[in-house]
Design a protein around this ligand. Sequence first.
Ligand SMILES: C[S@@+](CC[C@H](N)C(=O)[O-])C[C@H]1O[C@@H](n2cnc3c(N)ncnc32)[C@H](O)[C@@H]1O
Length: 261
Amino acid sequence: MNDRIRTDIAHNARVWNYWLGGKDNYPVDRAVGDTVTGFYPSIGEVARADRAFLGRAVTHLAAEAGVRQFLDIGTGLPTADNTHEVAQRIAPDARIVYVDNDPIVLTHARALLTGAPEGVTEYVDADAHDPERIVAAAAGALDLSRPVAVMMLGILNFVLDTDEARSIVRTLMAAVPSGSHLVVTHPTLEPELGGEGNKAAMAFWNENATPPITARSRQEFASFFEGLDLLEPGIVSCSRWRPSSGEAHVVAQFGAVGRKP
Ligand SMILES: C[S@@+](CC[C@H](N)C(=O)[O-])C[C@H]1O[C@@H](n2cnc3c(N)ncnc32)[C@H](O)[C@@H]1O
């Protein structure tokens, strides 16, 4: 076993996997996951809505915006419809670089690296706090003179300082050309999304699990998209971003896609 893997403390990638119905988690992850669900019963729905948003956003980018390169930071454990599967179903030549710093995600990287032969699917073990390193590593597999979709789903919430989170986004988006996109989901306590219930859950998480997490307001979330053109419908509950059918139930997780002009 990778000696970075800690089975004595709950870890986000594994608890997220548990909430999504996956099997790549330990008793400690399930115990913390269940307690968080007790505080905040809709967390499983948030996780599923986030993944469904990922599918719709990548489908739009690959099928309609013509994006062929994806830099997916905060990959998570492999589940159904990972970014490379959605993108390469539409464009087999799509190139995907995944980035995560969780050792158990790393041990699954080989399983993730089985993309379409015409395309590229690579994995980088790196920390989101070091965007320069991510850009340098991605440049090996992606052509940074052509548009890239920078995907940060459920990860900026682990960068606790908002100025630093903004600076990370700015560094990443400065490294990619016009026509590139930024895709973000992020938890919030905003009452308009029913997020108040998240407060006790996050406090419990921060005392019992890792890495520590923070929520952000609509205004803070919007600031990640400064200088970008927000695609319709703008900043919404991720479940309401171009839902495939009807009026989707609101979840306390913002989702948005912006295009670099
Ligand atoms: C909530 S999961 C989201 C997974 C996926 N993006 C999704 O939306 O389903 C967050 C992921 O970010 C990773 N992560 C957390 N902090 C990180 C950091 N500082 N650098 C890189 N990855 C990080 C975790 O290991 C986990 O896999």
